[in-house]
Write a protein that binds this ligand. Sequence first.
Ligand SMILES: Cc1ncc(COP(=O)(O)O)c(C=O)c1O
Length: 918
Amino acid sequence: MSKDVNPAAKRIDQFISGPGGRADDWRDLVEAAKAWTRGGDRAKYDAGLSDLSVTEEFHGYPGLQLMAALREAASAGDASASFGLAMRITQALATRSFRQHASDWSVKDEGNGDAPDLLPPTFGQHAARRPYFETLIVTGLPSSNWPALAAEWRKLRRPVDAFVYEPVIVGSLEDAFCAAMLNPDLAAVVINEGFALRSRHDAPILRTMTANAGLNDESDASALRLAHIIKRLRPELDLYLISNRDVEAMAGDPEANVVRRIFYSIEELLELHLSILEGIQDRYDTPFFDNLKKYAQRPIGTFHALPIARGKSVFRSDWIRDMGEFYGLNLFLAESSATTGGLDSLLEPTGNIKKAQDKAARALGADRVFFVTNGTSTSNKMAVQALLAPGDIAIVDRNCHKSHHYGMVLAGAQPLYVEAFPMTEYSMYGAVPLQTIKQALLGARADGRLDRVKMLDLTNCTFDGHIYNTRRVMEECLAIKPDLIFLWDEAWFGFARFSPFLRRRTGLGAANDIEAWMHGPKSVELYENQQAELGKNPSEEVLLKTRLIPDPRQIRLRVYQTNSTHKSMSAIRQGSMLSVKDIEFHTVEAQFKEAIFTHASTSPNQQLIASLDVSRRQMELEGYGLVANAMEIAFAIRKAVNNNPLISKYFRILGADAMVPAQYRQSGFTDYLAAGANWASVLKSLDDDEFCLDPTRMTLVCGMAGFDGTQFKGILANEYNIQVNKTSRNSVLLQSNINNTRSDIALLIRVLAEIAGEIDRKLVQGGVNAMKTFVARVNSLMKDVPDLPNFSHFHPSFRGDAGEKTNEGDIRSGFYSAYDAAGCEYLRLGDSEIDRRLKSGPELVSASFVIPYPPGFPIMVPGQVITQETIDFMRKLDVKEIHGYDANEGLKLVRTEALAKIARPKAAATPGLKAASN
Ligand SMILES: Cc1ncc(COP(=O)(O)O)c(C=O)c1O
């Protein structure tokens, strides 16, 4: 949320946009200084400076000296010096030049005149640009000693250091917490024992949170406690403890596993400095990319099937040289193959790809990661194939990406489709309610088939931004089936790992929380208490109503996550990762190898692999700030659209309250931008609510402006060079990401204002008739929306050996029925035969997937019985792109006679394995 929404609540605990809001605070200060220099009131400047003096304590730049100089100029009543210095600092922050230029650290405007103590002689003079970061020092020393302490740290810098850092000193647990939240440049934290608990500043909401966490008196401010708190906020940070006591005992404490190194007393400062640099180097190293760069510099003659490598035939050509010039020589020098030697193999990595994958696993909180070079479409198919055998049942969101459905076909697994809640008015689906998922599991249990249900396969977040309560979903499912496998398709959500707010709602974030809970002191007792309350045979109704606690002793935690690294991080298109946290992985490792061999190209693109490696480096070193910025941009866009009087006449971005029905927002949370919302209420919503909204995914309703989604997407792309994500009947989806800047917002808002102004003008000039046509169009888009058809059921011929209470089906035999041309027929949508058969039979059975874009989910899958709702939806659909359907041919159906020939097989003798049914 932004301070504009909550002006009175500008405190150090307004964190969600913390790092993002800083630039605005400085710009406001400059404006206030400018007004003061022009003879205006100085009160605004003083208030701004006083606020900034608090939050700037958590940053290395501008630092103690420049902030003191600003305060001195203010108390001397020198408006022009205040303006000059505030302006210089703001520019240095905006351009990030302070990371390289010593003069930015100087109180005077020129040279490095009075900064010799503050800065080492080598700062800014290194031939190559050295990456800059900040190190948080938590200390019990009084603040009067901090300038001297900072000087000690700066003296450690040497020309040979690969990186340069500035210390940021705080004296309490609360301030350390604030610094970790507000300062995205922090990359390491040094915790000295003896610091205080409370901040010197006003932090009421923070205090409620610390009280809830049991941090109430000074003895709670222990170094290990703080280490755990910071690790939870920002797991990527390296932590160092300095103790004057029994370091051996501390080092042996299992709780110290979050700390990179423990030092005895401050006397080893140089060692500590070197350790800090080594820790950064470890994150900076990109084993595959580093090796590829070296490889590209070697003089290599290739007699391999890689004619483009080295680029000779490109740069010598009159005809294709422009390609070489466009991409640059390095691309061709780096074009290679695993089989040329020197590089690792993606299919069986043992060298630097393996190392790069291990680092990615660390970054994502997984046990292992597979790099995938054909998108998450492939990651999903690999996971489904590796984890499911023919006849296994998987509970699947019917609205999930097509790769899952095709994965089920390949694996011969039986999808048990579950439905997301519909958002009919916007022609889109939400996410699958937990009740529905539990019902599917309990149904399978009642049928005696729970052992066949192997997997729950869900999309988190959904295309439109619905985020599951991943922890609750997994816990409740594990209470019913303790070894259930979870596949979380987080194609859009990989970045969420780097937000302390969103991480808990990722598959792996929740898996790590569940693992910690399982081994915690209270889990068994909690489970047993609930069992005692539930009694011996609780009814299905009771089980559905209760928030079930799993037996921590029985859980086999098996969690998989796929993410399109190219969709939310800096990977080249198609770069994807498959992450594993599976205690039983050894039992499926061979199957994973087979899945990789099945799906991965034997000629994977080296640049793509390198970009996955580099994406990991970036996220580990600056992901926190980038993600906070993406969220801040989204809040700014939401606010700018919804609060602009002209734009909001025709456009609206849907808040959490519109995207998530109230029944799924149990905490009472309405929206990030609602009055009174603060980070504590956001956290409560993220902890408790069944569904939350990813703020970076913005549904912009354009039906109110008389545009359908596809039409509006075209206008934005063709006339204004703005690309948007997906569309629905009356909306387009905007997405902010780590690449967006404030200028992007300005462009979008200006364009929307222009379009809204144009509509206004046309309506005024067009008179009554234009208004009538406009209203009719808006009504058609906003009100005359087709009902979204639910999945009906598989035809009995494709029910395999399904049970009574669940609706899984043998999608593979449905799929292959389409291969029998004589066994299929076509009926055009307008044909009255369709209506006759819907009324009097025989049933219409789809022979193929039919997937309209938008909305992009299969409204028919092979073997599915087609109902009136599906036909109504198809007939109302006004989109051009429908995969699996050719309007000239019509719907492809399995002939009734062919259905009769498909005998429904008997239940397989071996659970989990079933004879092919055709
Ligand atoms: C939920 C979901 N999963 C998977 C994919 C496929 O990912 P990729 O484009 O990386 O193959 C998409 C693509 O849009 C998606 O929306």
